[in-house]
Write a protein that binds this ligand. Structure first.
Ligand SMILES: [Zn+2]
Ligand SMILES: [Zn+2]
Length: 669
């Protein structure tokens, strides 16, 4: 419609939209969805037009003019709908979603030409010729058929299939079918860095139709992908992380969410704190596209959705142990210690097992979910533990760099053994991290090559790729790593996986701990014993009677029991949980503001909540934190209550909470 004024959305956190005047030469050209340049603060930046209207806005002062139309082709109704849904569901402003979508600025690209689509069919024929596919097993063919039917019927499919059961071939076959109909495919993975094997494979099959998109790419490379999707000329398959959901899709036919259980799909900071899997379901709905989720260890959320009939479940290989490729052993480190059978961090049995594998020229992976040399140091005279200045957490000891470092902020100090409290040379490491494990393994296996894969050693992409390619090529014998190592890649000669101090998987008061631990164990098991080699996994634990280990050894996943417990105690997926975090440098301010929220929540319709309660680390980066945990009923009035809470707290912050920051995390992990 024609109009003289427009509301603009900018990629910043604003709880309201800004109105601008459309100068006469641009009237009729500026429409909802246009990208335009307009003065904002002392800059001119790109905004998205959400509304065009004629009545002058009720505004004190001079209304500014839109400067010009940005040549980006604009956003479609579907993109706007997705932004609006995400802001509402994830309790943030549309501007924050826009920022997540485009960064600080919207790229300026040549305008879209409308006649380009006519060439599509010709290109599609060509597409068919350059896509190769292999042959599928009977089981795969059955699953493929189910997926096809579900896509037609608009029902999400969950494929539960062990690592190596051939999910990827099914995804590729489905993708090929979409491309041949001129439709694009979004193929989501949790960690692109570890998916070089997948990228190579997809490149081989889809050639130039494959586009890769992730946040570690240069802005120019990202822009190129975005443009190529916006100026749709031929269908493509986009391999990307959660951020790829914001690409300007036009002809989207299918979304694949591989490893759907993975926590990396969740954005923890800043808002929107969205889960890529759940947002993908909404994106598919907006586009009328099919969606297929896959995992060896599906999330309880997805299992629940299958039980309630929202998803259709298909399985590839029922039990992950039935193939007989991986055997499991749990070692009780307390008992081993009493027998005098512990050598440093390892039981003698573990060391023997590692030695045997190395002798056969096979590879070993040692897992520990704590990086650093040791998570804390303590004075043996006075018991003092050095803490971070900015956070309420002990400093980690990094031996090679000889520093004590906080993993929550950048704070670090030189390490020496002198205790600052009593002045005596009493500081000693307590507990172990990956660096200590690496050191001990070098000591026990002096002839072997040991490498470490954690946030510290992979801080540069070059190092990360080198570590992985060295291990894949067999140049490394033992790889020590954190959670990062459990994801999405295969090593043919890896036959033994060892978990050291496995119980730390349960050390937090996280209601998802058992689910996450089982997922990790199964994912790790899936990394070993591919093809004709037989894998073995050793869990070193002080709590061998933990039900998760018992289930794992028996080849059960224990998820039915877990689901039952969640139901009994009223936890997700049976309710919707929202975490509200309140932060301020002054403890009194946080407490005072939380008192107000606690009084208001029932007024806003919240019946069930706990809080304010401090998180495990209650002070981070010089700010005190208190949390509320709000429980909402599923599929009922939760959208309205969420909006009420968000608007209510935002206005409280403006009135009474200057300087207080509040973060909303719906469906926290
Ligand atoms: Zn001391
Ligand atoms: Zn800190």
């Amino acid at each position: 419609m024609r109009g003289s004024f427009a509301n603009l959305l900018f990629p910043v956190k604003l709880t309201f939209e800004l109105s601008y005047r459309i100068p006469p030469p641009l009237e009729g050209k500026v429409v909802r969805g246009s990208h335009v340049l307009a003065p904002f603060g002392n800059k001119v930046i790109t905004g998205l037009v959400t509304k065009v209207f004629d009545t002058p806005p009720d505004f004190q002062g001079l209304i500014k003019d839109i400067t010009e139309i940005a040549g980006t082709g604009g956003a479609s109704e579907k993109e706007i709908a997705f932004i609006e849904w995400m802001a509402q569901y994830y309790m943030c402003t549309p501007g924050e979603v826009l920022k997540a979508a485009v960064g600080n600025s919207i790229d300026v690209t040549p305008p879209k030409m409308s006649n380009q689509k006519k060439e599509t069919s010709k290109l599609v024929n060509e597409t068919n010729n350059c896509i190769k596919t292999g042959r599928l097993t009977r089981e795969q063919t059955y699953v493929l058929d189910c997926c096809r039917k579900n896509i037609k019927a608009n029902i999400p499919t969950l494929i539960k299939g062990v690592t190596g059961s051939g999910k990827t071939e099914i995804y590729m076959e489905l993708a090929k079918e979409q491309l041949s109909q001129g439709k694009s495919v979004l193929y989501m993975v949790p960690e692109i860095a570890l998916s070089k094997q997948l990228t190579d494979r997809l490149t081989e099959h889809f050639g130039r139709h494959l586009l890769v998109f992730h946040s570690k790419m240069t802005p120019a490379a990202r822009k190129k992908v975005r443009e190529s999707i916006r100026n749709y000329q031929e269908p493509s398959i986009i391999l990307g992380l959660r951020s790829s959901l914001f690409l300007p899709f036009d002809e989207l036919g299918l979304i694949v969410v591989d490893e759907e259980h993975d926590n990396s799909y969740k954005q923890s900071d800043p808002a929107p704190r969205y889960n890529g899997r759940d947002a993908a379901l909404m994106l598919a709905r907006i586009h009328g596209a099919g969606i297929v989720l896959g995992s060896a260890t599906p999330s309880l959320e997805s299992i629940y959705n299958c039980h309630s009939g929202r998803f259709s479940l298909v399985e590839l290989n029922h039990k992950y142990h039935s193939a007989g490729t991986t055997t499991t052993e749990v070692i009780d480190t307390i008992r081993e210690g009493q027998k005098g059978s512990m050598e440093g961090l390892f039981s003698r049995r573990t060391l023997d097992a590692i030695g045997q594998r190395l002798q056969k020229n096979e590879q070993v992976l040692v897992f520990r979910n704590r990086r650093s040399y040791s998570p804390l140091v303590q004075c043996m005279y006075c018991g003092d533990i050095p803490y971070c200045n900015n956070c309420n957490v002990s400093l980690n000891y990094h031996k090679k760099r000889s520093i004590l470092k906080c993993h929550y902020c950048e704070y670090a100090i030189r390490y020496n053994t002198i205790c600052t409290k009593c002045g005596r040379p009493g500081l000693k490491e307590r507990g172990c991290g990956t660096e200590m494990i690496e050191e001990q393994l070098r000591f026990f296996f002096p002839g072997s090559k040991v490498a470490r894969f954690d946030a510290e050693t992979t801080s540069s992409k070059v190092n990360e790729e080198k570590l992985l390619s060295d291990f894949a090529a067999g140049n490394t014998d033992i790889l020590v790593g954190t959670q990062m190592i459990s994801k999405g890649f295969d090593f043919e000669r890896l036959t033994l996986i060892v978990l050291v101090q496995a119980d730390s998987m349960f050390s937090t008061d996280d209601f998802r701990a058992s689910e996450k631990a089982m997922q990790l164990l199964v994912q790790l098991a899936g990394r070993s014993g591919r093809r004709d080699t037989r894998g073995h996994i050793i869990v070193q634990t002080a709590r061998p009677d933990n039900q998760v280990y018992i289930d794992f050894v028996e080849g059960e996943d224990g998820m039915a029991r877990e689901l039952q417990e969640r139901k009994e105690f009223g936890y997700p997926p049976f309710v919707r949980l929202v975490r509200i975090s309140v932060k301020h440098p002054s403890k009194e301010r946080v407490e005072g503001f939380c008192d107000i929220i606690a009084r208001k929540l029932p007024e806003w319709g919240v019946i069930d909540f706990t809080g304010p309660v401090p998180p495990p680390v209650e002070r981070v980066k010089r700010e005190y934190i208190l949390n509320f945990w709000v429980k909402l009923k599923r599929n009922t009035d939760s959208p309205t209550i969420k909006s009420t809470i968000f608007a209510g707290i935002e206005s409280l912050v403006r009135e009474a909470g200057r300087g207080v920051s509040v973060g909303f995390d719906p469906d926290p992990l």
